[in-house]
Design a protein around this ligand. Structure first.
Ligand code: ATP
Length: 558
């Protein structure tokens, strides 16, 4: 058995005497930090070992083969496995071998308690002091000193895992008390990261004062005082015999609230063995407030409740995030260009409506219904330009003279109430195969819309019979019914209503056709986003932009 170099000369002298009285031989070798004390049986280390025949099953061989492929053995391990005569010079490599064997078997190494070295300073010092657990440092130390089992309850992030083991290390250093601490974690990854973090907080690298041990991997040395390990590794060590706890001073079982099988089993085992090891302290850490069960299980052990670190939760919807981050995709840009075009069309239509309104006011000197533009005229400013896209309406696919003619008919009907324009319009529809739902190239209006707006009932009926669609929206989002309503053409509205009652199988009404469009910028942005991205997918670009925004605009912990 080898003892670590950290022993004082007095301690080494004590061990030499103890070894002698028990009939063992002991020897100190090396200088300064490399001085190790080894205790061997009188027979000497060279006594040949009894060999045992191992007959692994086919299945076992298969598993071993797989494991060796995943974790190939090093040259050194290969040499060590040869049955060679072991020389005294191989004492150090023997110790390393023992570590490796324990690593593979998933059991903790043997060791003795030592006084932890003084903590070094680190960049995390200020952060550590800000953790809620710091306020309870003295209370925690006192309770652990005075009780066999202590339960610490605190919200996630209060500092239980990283700080409580360090309180013990610092306290033992201050009082020159040897200690050997194990802290169990339910997960392998957490075991490694928390060990790394605690070592860094003490200004060290992992593997010195602070180490970790998970199955098939460990970073510990004879100087390791605090070992983070998985519940599985700790349990496996206990299964090999309770004696492994002889030199352990503190066991911290973390995340007991998770109630995973291994941790629960570990707690059962630890409760059973506690009476056998009077100097062993057990600390349970839980993030859940409902801890009565654990408290009772450990004979009404004392409980420390830590305050959590609460941060304001800000709620953002997708449209807020799009606005805050200025997120733009190529597809969104394309949609934006389309939206820009629609905006121009809306502007033209607004001008049309204004012209018509002014003309009517001049004609009817304030008594006209048109002088009382209804409250909802705000829809004219609507920025949403949800145009129905019908391929036959695309002026680019039509001959230019047809576009010119159709545009002129629609604008003349609307702006000049030109009855003759109807003759030309119907000619184009009937003889030039123009679509009855053709939309004016600059405003997106259809013949039905302008006819409804002007209250030309006979022509409206004709258009409806020719298949005019009442659902089409102009560039400002208005349907024919909106035009009728806006320009107070109640008869037009009635006609559309009765037409819908007859023709609409889904029972939609004219009231439902009257569109209330929002001018909300965020909504527009949201619509643009939805048009360019499939909601079923996760938008990693947006997430990256959001993370970047959070990192660049807020300070730590906000
Ligand atoms: N590996 C790490 N890297 C960076 N910061 C860390 C790391 N580990 C912990 N921290 C920081 O230290 C704080 C306290 O962590 P700690 O794990 O001690 O809290 P805890 O109360 O045990 O929470 P939990 O119940 O989630 O384990 C965390 O909120 C985090 O800010």
């Amino acid at each position: 058995m080898e003892f670590p170099s950290s022993l004082s000369s007095n301690e080494r002298a004590f061990l030499h005497r103890a070894a002698q009285s028990l009939g063992y031989s002991s020897k100190s070798k090396g200088k300064g930090p490399n001085r190790f004390l080894t205790v061997t049986k009188k027979d000497g280390p060279d006594k040949p070992q009894h060999s045992m025949l191992l007959n692994p099953s086919h299945n076992t061989l298969f598993v071993i083969h797989n494991l060796l492929e995943r974790f190939p053995i090093s040259n050194k391990e290969r040499v060590d496995m040869q049955l060679s005569t072991r020389s005294a010079a191989s004492l150090v490599s023997e110790a390393e071998n023992a570590l490796d064997k324990n690593k593979a078997s998933g059991r903790l190494n043997k060791g003795i308690p030592v006084v932890p070295p003084q903590r070094g300073s680190s960049e995390h010092d200020a952060f550590r002091c800000s953790l809620p657990v710091q306020e309870h440092k003295q209370e925690i130390i006192k309770l652990i000193r005075e009780n066999r089992v202590v339960l610490v309850v605190g919200a996630t992030g209060s500092g239980k895992t990283t700080q409580i083991p360090q309180f013990l290390l610092d306290e033992c250093h201050k009082n020159h008390e040897p200690c050997r601490i194990f802290c169990t974690q339910p997960r392998r990854l957490a075991t490694i990261t928390v060990a790394d973090r605690v070592a860094a907080e003490r200004g060290e690298n992992v593997g010195k004062t602070v180490g970790y041990h998970i199955r098939l991997e460990s970073r510990v040395s004879p100087k390791t005082v605090l070992t983070f390990c998985t519940s599985g590794v700790f349990l496996r060590t206990l299964m090999a015999g309770d004696a492994s706890l002889t030199t352990v001073t503190h066991v911290i079982v973390d995340e007991v609230h998770e109630r995973d099988g291994l941790t629960d089993f570990l707690l059962t085992k630890l409760r059973d063995v506690l009476p056998k090891f009077p100097s062993l302290k057990l600390i349970l850490c839980s993030a859940a407030l409902d801890t009565e069960l654990f408290r009772q299980y450990f004979g009404s052990c004392p409980v420390i409740n830590l305050k959590g670190r609460l941060f304001d939760v800000k709620e953002f919807f997708l449209e807020d995030i799009l606005k805050l981050t200025g997120f733009k995709k190529k597809e969104m840009m394309n949609h934006n260009a389309e939206a820009h075009e629609t905006k121009n069309k809306q502007k033209s239509l607004t001008e049309w409506c204004e012209t018509l309104k002014n003309t009517s006011v001049e004609e009817e000197e304030g008594t006209s219904a048109l002088s009382r533009v209804p409250e909802d005229s705000s829809v004219l400013d609507g920025e949403d330009g949800a145009l129905n896209s019908l391929p036959e309406n695309n002026p680019e696919q039509l001959e230019p003279w047809l576009v010119r003619e159709m545009d002129s008919c629609i604008s003349n009907i609307f702006l000049n109430e030109d009855q003759d324009a109807f003759i030309q319009l119907f000619n184009l529809i009937l003889y030039e195969n123009m679509n009855v739902n053709y939309r004016h190239s600059e405003t997106g209006t259809t013949a039905l819309m302008v006819t409804a707006g002007q209250g030309f009932l006979t022509q409206m009926e004709q258009l409806l019979h020719m298949g005019a669609d009442v659902n089409i929206k102009a560039s400002n989002g208005w349907t024919a019914a909106d035009f009728a309503k806006h320009f107070h053409q109640s008869e037009s509205l009635e006609l559309l209503k009765s037409f819908l009652e007859v023709c609409s199988p889904d029972g939609s009404t004219v009231e439902q056709q009257v569109t209330v469009e929002s001018s909300n910028k965020e909504e527009e942005l949201l619509k643009l986003y939805h048009q360019s991205f499939d909601d079923e997918l996760v938008d990693l670009d947006l997430i990256m932009d959001l993370l970047h925004y959070i990192c660049s605009t807020s300070s730590d912990g906000e």
